[in-house]
Unconditional design. Sequence first.
Length: 208
Amino acid sequence: MESERLKIFDEDGNPIGVATREEVHARGLWHETFHCWFMTKEDDTHYLYLQIRSEQKKDYPNLLDITAAGHLLANETVQDGVREVCEETGIAVSFEVLKPLGIMKYSLTREKLIDQERAHVFLYQDGITFTDFRLQREEVAGMVRVRFADFYMFCLRKKEEVVIEGFKQNESGEKMPVLEKVGWEHFVPHEPSFYEEVVNRIDKAIKS
Protein backbone atom coordinates (compact mmCIF):
# COMPACT_ATOMS: atom_id res chain seq x y z
CA MET A 1 0.00 0.00 0.00
CA GLU A 2 2.83 2.41 0.81
CA SER A 3 4.12 1.97 -2.76
CA GLU A 4 0.83 3.15 -4.30
CA ARG A 5 1.39 6.11 -6.58
CA LEU A 6 -0.67 9.25 -5.97
CA LYS A 7 -1.01 12.55 -7.81
CA ILE A 8 0.48 15.42 -5.85
CA PHE A 9 -0.52 19.09 -5.87
CA ASP A 10 0.64 22.47 -4.70
CA GLU A 11 -1.36 24.26 -2.02
CA ASP A 12 -3.56 25.90 -4.67
CA GLY A 13 -4.59 22.55 -6.13
CA ASN A 14 -2.39 22.59 -9.23
CA PRO A 15 -0.99 19.15 -10.14
CA ILE A 16 2.80 19.00 -9.82
CA GLY A 17 3.59 15.32 -10.30
CA VAL A 18 3.31 11.84 -8.80
CA ALA A 19 4.75 10.32 -5.63
CA THR A 20 4.38 7.15 -3.61
CA ARG A 21 1.96 7.08 -0.71
CA GLU A 22 4.90 6.67 1.68
CA GLU A 23 6.63 9.76 0.28
CA VAL A 24 3.39 11.75 0.30
CA HIS A 25 2.88 11.17 4.02
CA ALA A 26 6.55 11.56 4.94
CA ARG A 27 6.96 14.92 3.17
CA GLY A 28 3.45 16.27 3.73
CA LEU A 29 2.60 16.53 0.03
CA TRP A 30 -0.92 17.54 -0.98
CA HIS A 31 -2.86 14.67 -2.53
CA GLU A 32 -6.45 13.66 -3.37
CA THR A 33 -8.84 11.54 -1.34
CA PHE A 34 -12.49 10.51 -1.65
CA HIS A 35 -14.86 10.83 1.31
CA CYS A 36 -18.37 9.42 1.28
CA TRP A 37 -20.79 9.90 4.17
CA PHE A 38 -23.80 7.57 4.29
CA MET A 39 -27.09 8.92 5.61
CA THR A 40 -30.51 7.37 6.08
CA LYS A 41 -33.83 8.72 7.34
CA GLU A 42 -36.27 6.97 9.64
CA ASP A 43 -39.44 8.53 11.06
CA ASP A 44 -38.28 12.04 10.08
CA THR A 45 -34.93 11.48 11.82
CA HIS A 46 -31.67 11.61 9.87
CA TYR A 47 -28.90 9.20 10.87
CA LEU A 48 -25.27 9.39 9.79
CA TYR A 49 -23.18 6.22 9.50
CA LEU A 50 -19.66 6.04 10.93
CA GLN A 51 -17.15 3.27 10.39
CA ILE A 52 -15.10 1.71 13.15
CA ARG A 53 -11.59 1.43 11.76
CA SER A 54 -10.05 -2.01 11.87
CA GLU A 55 -7.64 -2.84 14.68
CA GLN A 56 -5.27 -3.91 11.88
CA LYS A 57 -4.97 -0.36 10.56
CA LYS A 58 -1.57 1.28 10.93
CA ASP A 59 -3.15 4.64 11.71
CA TYR A 60 -5.93 5.24 14.24
CA PRO A 61 -7.10 1.64 14.75
CA ASN A 62 -10.52 1.10 16.38
CA LEU A 63 -11.50 4.77 16.10
CA LEU A 64 -14.67 6.17 14.52
CA ASP A 65 -14.31 7.74 11.09
CA ILE A 66 -16.02 8.72 7.82
CA THR A 67 -18.39 6.03 6.51
CA ALA A 68 -16.02 5.23 3.65
CA ALA A 69 -12.89 7.02 2.46
CA GLY A 70 -9.69 6.37 0.60
CA HIS A 71 -6.89 7.74 -1.55
CA LEU A 72 -7.34 8.41 -5.25
CA LEU A 73 -4.52 6.78 -7.19
CA ALA A 74 -2.52 8.60 -9.85
CA ASN A 75 -4.45 6.93 -12.66
CA GLU A 76 -7.90 7.48 -11.12
CA THR A 77 -10.53 10.18 -11.51
CA VAL A 78 -12.84 11.42 -8.77
CA GLN A 79 -15.56 9.16 -10.19
CA ASP A 80 -13.33 6.16 -9.48
CA GLY A 81 -13.64 6.94 -5.77
CA VAL A 82 -16.73 4.73 -5.58
CA ARG A 83 -14.29 1.81 -5.78
CA GLU A 84 -13.17 2.55 -2.24
CA VAL A 85 -16.76 2.81 -1.04
CA CYS A 86 -17.63 -0.62 -2.41
CA GLU A 87 -14.41 -2.20 -1.11
CA GLU A 88 -14.90 -0.96 2.45
CA THR A 89 -18.69 -1.30 2.83
CA GLY A 90 -19.64 -3.99 0.35
CA ILE A 91 -22.26 -1.63 -1.10
CA ALA A 92 -22.02 -0.81 -4.81
CA VAL A 93 -22.75 2.89 -5.11
CA SER A 94 -23.22 4.70 -8.41
CA PHE A 95 -21.34 7.99 -8.62
CA GLU A 96 -24.39 9.63 -10.21
CA VAL A 97 -26.50 9.24 -7.06
CA LEU A 98 -23.97 10.90 -4.79
CA LYS A 99 -24.55 14.48 -3.68
CA PRO A 100 -21.30 16.47 -3.98
CA LEU A 101 -20.34 18.52 -0.94
CA GLY A 102 -17.28 20.08 -2.52
CA ILE A 103 -13.53 19.84 -1.91
CA MET A 104 -12.19 20.20 1.61
CA LYS A 105 -8.54 20.82 2.41
CA TYR A 106 -7.19 19.65 5.72
CA SER A 107 -4.00 18.62 7.42
CA LEU A 108 -3.32 16.04 10.09
CA THR A 109 0.08 15.46 11.69
CA ARG A 110 1.00 12.61 14.01
CA GLU A 111 4.53 11.48 14.74
CA LYS A 112 6.08 10.78 11.30
CA LEU A 113 2.78 11.08 9.41
CA ILE A 114 1.98 14.41 7.72
CA ASP A 115 -1.35 14.01 5.95
CA GLN A 116 -2.34 16.92 3.70
CA GLU A 117 -5.47 16.08 1.73
CA ARG A 118 -7.69 17.62 -0.88
CA ALA A 119 -10.78 15.58 -0.06
CA HIS A 120 -13.61 15.25 -2.56
CA VAL A 121 -16.57 14.93 -0.20
CA PHE A 122 -19.93 13.33 -1.06
CA LEU A 123 -23.19 12.43 0.66
CA TYR A 124 -25.03 9.18 -0.09
CA GLN A 125 -28.68 9.29 0.99
CA ASP A 126 -30.50 6.00 0.76
CA GLY A 127 -32.47 3.55 2.87
CA ILE A 128 -29.33 1.72 3.96
CA THR A 129 -29.65 -0.68 6.88
CA PHE A 130 -26.99 -2.52 8.84
CA THR A 131 -27.79 -5.78 7.02
CA ASP A 132 -26.64 -4.19 3.74
CA PHE A 133 -23.02 -3.85 4.85
CA ARG A 134 -20.38 -6.43 3.92
CA LEU A 135 -17.30 -4.98 5.53
CA GLN A 136 -13.70 -5.31 4.37
CA ARG A 137 -12.33 -6.74 7.60
CA GLU A 138 -8.76 -5.50 7.09
CA GLU A 139 -10.04 -1.93 6.81
CA VAL A 140 -13.31 -1.71 8.73
CA ALA A 141 -14.15 -3.46 12.00
CA GLY A 142 -17.74 -2.28 12.35
CA MET A 143 -20.43 0.19 11.37
CA VAL A 144 -22.51 2.41 13.63
CA ARG A 145 -24.89 5.30 13.18
CA VAL A 146 -25.60 8.48 15.10
CA ARG A 147 -28.54 10.86 15.07
CA PHE A 148 -27.39 13.64 12.76
CA ALA A 149 -28.95 16.37 14.91
CA ASP A 150 -26.92 15.14 17.87
CA PHE A 151 -23.74 14.75 15.82
CA TYR A 152 -24.20 18.26 14.46
CA MET A 153 -24.28 19.72 17.97
CA PHE A 154 -21.37 17.47 18.98
CA CYS A 155 -19.21 18.74 16.10
CA LEU A 156 -20.04 22.32 17.06
CA ARG A 157 -18.79 21.44 20.57
CA LYS A 158 -22.25 21.99 22.07
CA LYS A 159 -22.49 18.37 23.23
CA GLU A 160 -19.75 16.37 24.93
CA GLU A 161 -21.00 12.93 23.93
CA VAL A 162 -23.22 11.22 21.35
CA VAL A 163 -24.94 7.84 21.31
CA ILE A 164 -23.86 5.38 18.63
CA GLU A 165 -25.62 2.15 17.70
CA GLY A 166 -24.65 -0.58 15.29
CA PHE A 167 -22.27 -3.51 15.22
CA LYS A 168 -18.66 -4.55 15.39
CA GLN A 169 -17.37 -7.78 13.89
CA ASN A 170 -15.28 -10.16 15.96
CA GLU A 171 -12.44 -12.26 14.54
CA SER A 172 -14.85 -14.92 13.29
CA GLY A 173 -16.95 -12.33 11.45
CA GLU A 174 -19.85 -12.42 13.89
CA LYS A 175 -21.62 -9.09 14.29
CA MET A 176 -21.63 -7.97 17.91
CA PRO A 177 -24.11 -5.22 18.84
CA VAL A 178 -22.83 -1.76 19.81
CA LEU A 179 -24.82 0.77 21.81
CA GLU A 180 -22.85 3.32 23.80
CA LYS A 181 -22.06 6.95 24.45
CA VAL A 182 -18.81 8.20 22.95
CA GLY A 183 -16.71 11.35 23.15
CA TRP A 184 -13.99 12.85 20.97
CA GLU A 185 -11.41 10.39 22.22
CA HIS A 186 -13.26 7.72 20.19
CA PHE A 187 -12.90 9.61 16.88
CA VAL A 188 -10.05 9.99 14.42
CA PRO A 189 -8.49 13.34 15.40
CA HIS A 190 -9.33 15.33 12.28
CA GLU A 191 -9.16 19.06 12.96
CA PRO A 192 -12.24 20.40 14.79
CA SER A 193 -12.81 22.77 11.86
CA PHE A 194 -13.01 19.75 9.54
CA TYR A 195 -15.84 18.12 11.46
CA GLU A 196 -17.65 21.45 11.81
CA GLU A 197 -17.40 22.15 8.09
CA VAL A 198 -18.57 18.64 7.19
CA VAL A 199 -21.73 18.77 9.29
CA ASN A 200 -22.53 22.27 8.05
CA ARG A 201 -22.27 21.11 4.44
CA ILE A 202 -24.37 18.00 5.15
CA ASP A 203 -26.97 20.07 6.98
CA LYS A 204 -27.21 22.45 4.02
CA ALA A 205 -27.47 19.53 1.57
CA ILE A 206 -30.36 17.79 3.34
CA LYS A 207 -32.27 21.06 3.65
CA SER A 208 -31.86 22.01 -0.01
